[in-house]
Design a binder for this molecule. Structure first.
Ligand code: SAM
Length: 283
């Protein structure tokens, strides 16, 4: 198998824990629910399916995005879910969701995905939804997924195939200050993937057999309220770097230009393109 895609850490200048802390309370709004909607599209492909007796790990869970999809679709006997995330504010947001929705089969704990505090062979399903590109060492984290899955258990790992935000940010930068450099993605080596090679490679390095992997891709076009949320995200602090060197007047143009670019993308494609790659890998 080709092994030319290696993680690129040179742009790890974003303070991810601080950023995810700030995002914890407004996560669903500012992602436009795109990680949730993508996971909902994937759920029918998971085989064996999630049933009442399933034991699930929602790994690097954020506020419990994948869990919320599973529990919304569960029948009267919901499965057991352990949610973990290394950012305490995300776990607080997850626990708030547990209380608000009276989820009685779910627990949430602060935990680093590189060092999972679960015994081996624990879970029937391990879900890492849109988090793999934030890990310091994706292979080590997936080894932990492998270790904690039961034999025949399924790992579900997703990432971006097309992250529409990047194109919009660059369009806006070119419109306001074409002379300044374009903002680069954090972890640019693995944030957005043109092909399925990356997920296959990382899972294989972590111990999963290629013959037991299924790759799935899904398209998502965010519009309406979902696109409004992502406009807020693109206008906020995470993209401060994209406005470096701007005058106050130029900064004032930012949100309007973002809205214009999103409108154009919506005219051209029917929404902001937020497409997904997923691997379903059986132990
Ligand atoms: C883009 S969010 C995805 C959240 C959620 N899984 C979803 O479906 O929307 C990435 C999450 O990974 C978490 N994370 C990053 N590095 C981590 C690590 N080493 N261990 C555990 N969680 C981590 C972040 O705190 C954040 O909540």
């Amino acid at each position: 198998m080709a092994s030319h895609i290696e993680p690129d850490y040179k742009l790890r200048n974003v303070d991810f824990p601080k950023y995810f802390s700030q995002l914890s309370k407004i996560y669903d709004r500012q992602t436009g629910g795109t990680t949730r909607t993508n996971f909902a599209q994937l759920l029918p492909h998971i085989d064996p399916p999630i049933i009442s007796s399933s034991i699930i790990h929602d790994n690097a869970s954020g506020p419990g995005t994948a869990s919320s999809v599973i529990l919304t679709q569960a029948n009267s006997q919901p499965p057991k879910i352990s949610g973990t995330d290394s950012v305490p504010d995300m776990i607080t947001a997850f626990r708030d969701n547990i209380t608000k929705n009276s989820w009685t089969t779910v627990t949430a704990s602060v935990m680093d995905s590189h060092h999972l505090q679960f015994p081996e062979n624990t879970f029937t399903h391990s879900i890492t939804n849109f988090s793999i590109f934030t890990f310091k060492d994706d292979v080590e984290a997936m080894k932990e997924v492998y270790r904690t899955l039961q034999p025949n258990g399924v790992a579900v790992v997703t990432t971006w195939k097309h992250f529409g935000v990047t194109g919009i940010i660059h369009t806006v930068q070119r419109a306001i200050r074409p002379d300044l450099p374009l903002m680069q993605q954090p972890n640019s080596g693995r944030f957005v993937m043109d092909s399925d090679t990356y997920l296959r490679l990382v899972m294989a390095k972590a111990g999963f057999e290629e013959a037991k992997m299924e790759l799935v891709q899904k398209d998502l076009f965010a519009n309406g309220e979902a696109a409004d949320g992502v406009v807020e995200f693109m206008s906020g602090g995470f993209f401060e770097k994209a406005r470096e060197g701007y005058t106050e007047e130029e900064k004032g143009k930012w949100e309007g230009e973002v809205r214009k670019a999103v409108e154009r993308e919506t005219e051209d494609y029917g929404g902001l393109r937020m497409h997904m790659w997923a691997v379903l890998a059986r132990k």
